[in-house]
Design a protein around this ligand. Structure first.
Ligand SMILES: *Cc1c(COP(=O)(O)O)cnc(C)c1O
Length: 379
């Protein structure tokens, strides 16, 4: 049976280069990076090297890069930083969108509640994209912090981050973007963008789990979420996961080197898959057709139960999901599809197919064959 992994938005397989970098570290570097001993200094060099490589991929300064345990932790520190800036400057309003990952959405709700701040969760158009004029309208004189994701993890839509960031900068509002689905997949040049804080996660760009990136622009001190041994300049205490960090840096360098080719490949596979799916009965694409990540497709299918379809696909070696990984199997339904106006019945029929760099046109043809039979069988 053919096997097609189509759940890259949930996590990606560690690349051979990233694996080799990690093994080198795990085998040869055993010192604690904070220790003054020679082994410690060697591990410290691994960290410094990884930080410099990541900074060059994102076009920023190495001192603007903080290592975290993943996307969620980077988001949490960024949001805490934004809220702390509001509290210091007397701003009482924070804003995010209705289609954020739960790491941002729940974090914003929690901190707004804790500190009595007003929170706007901006709705999006049916195409799954934040409208810039609508966004500008929602800004208040007392808005102090905004968080808008770079690319959506469920439907793949790209957000107008350059415009939103520029507007925030001109209004003196701190701006964070959850770029977990974008970093390593589409070009991001931080010198050309008015972004104050950005989050990324290694395992979404073919690096290992357990490592993430928080970018904080010069002059902005990220908040300390908990105290400890002051690693990462006090922002994220605890012995650094330097093998994973070395793997993450290697994965990001590799992703950056091959980005142009991967994007061409990914746009081609995505468009073929969308074209084919739209010829099947009852299929609707979720999110704008063109302003979306390479490789990413999310559909609703009339009168189909998404969970049954997923099981059918799984039994035929196709590994997809209904939406965010944290919802699969759970009763909770997609807040993103609700935000773009899908009915509860449609939401229950959703299938997310996110391909990756190792997938081929044969995989797309196979997915389309199995889906065609699946719809016939399950209708
Ligand atoms: C996966 C993901 C996260 C969470 O990252 P973890 O490394 O799993 O903590 C946050 N935001 C987005 C958009 C994601 O896709």
């Amino acid at each position: 049976m053919m096997q097609v992994y189509a759940d890259h938005a949930a996590t990606t397989r560690v690349s051979q280069r990233a694996l080799a970098a990690m093994l080198l570290c795990l085998n040869g570097y055993f010192g604690n990076p904070s220790s003054m001993s020679r082994p410690g200094r060697m591990s410290r060099e691994v960290l410094d090297h990884a930080r410099a490589r990541i900074a060059s991929c994102l076009v920023c300064d190495a001192r603007e890069v903080y290592f975290t345990s993943g996307g969620t932790e980077a988001d949490a520190i960024a949001i805490q930083t934004g809220v702390d800036v509001c509290l210091r400057t007397g701003k009482r309003h924070i804003l995010t969108t209705a289609i954020e990952h739960h790491a941002v959405l729940n974090g914003m709700v929690h901190l707004a509640h804790e500190h009595g701040l007003a929170l706007t969760c901006l709705d999006v158009s049916e195409d799954g994209i934040v409208s810039v004029p609508h966004f500008m309208n929602a800004i208040r004189p007392d808005t102090g912090f905004v968080s808008v994701m770079f690319a959506n993890n469920e439907i793949g839509t790209l957000q107008p981050i350059a415009e939103i960031a520029a507007f925030c900068r001109s209004e003196g509002i701190l701006f964070h973007t959850d770029a977990v689905q974008a970093v390593g997949h589409i070009p991001i040049d931080l010198t050309g963008l008015d972004i104050d804080l950005l989050s990324a996660a290694s395992h979404k760009f073919y690096g290992p789990v357990g490592a993430g990136i928080l970018y904080a622009r010069h002059g902005l001190q990220p908040s300390r979420v908990y105290a400890g041994g002051m690693q990462e300049r006090g922002v994220r205490s605890g012995t650094e996961n330097y093998p994973a960090i070395a793997g993450m840096a290697e994965a990001l360098v590799e992703a950056t080197e091959r980005m142009d080719a991967d994007m061409v490949h990914g746009n081609m596979l995505r468009d073929r898959l969308i074209d084919g799916l739209e010829r099947l009965p009852g299929v609707t694409l979720n999110g704008d057709r063109r302003r979306r990540l390479p490789y990413y497709v999310n559909i609703c299918i009339n009168d189909i139960d998404g969970e049954e379809m997923l099981l059918y696909l799984d039994a035929h070696g196709i590994y997809a999901s209904m939406g965010a990984a944290c919802m699969s199997g759970a009763a909770e339904k997609s807040h993103v599809l609700r935000a773009i106006g899908r009915s509860e019945k449609q939401i229950k029929s959703a299938i997310r197919l996110t391909l990756g760099r190792l997938n081929t046109l044969e995989d797309v043809a196979y997915i389309l064959d199995v889906m065609r039979e699946g719809i016939k069988k399950l209708l």
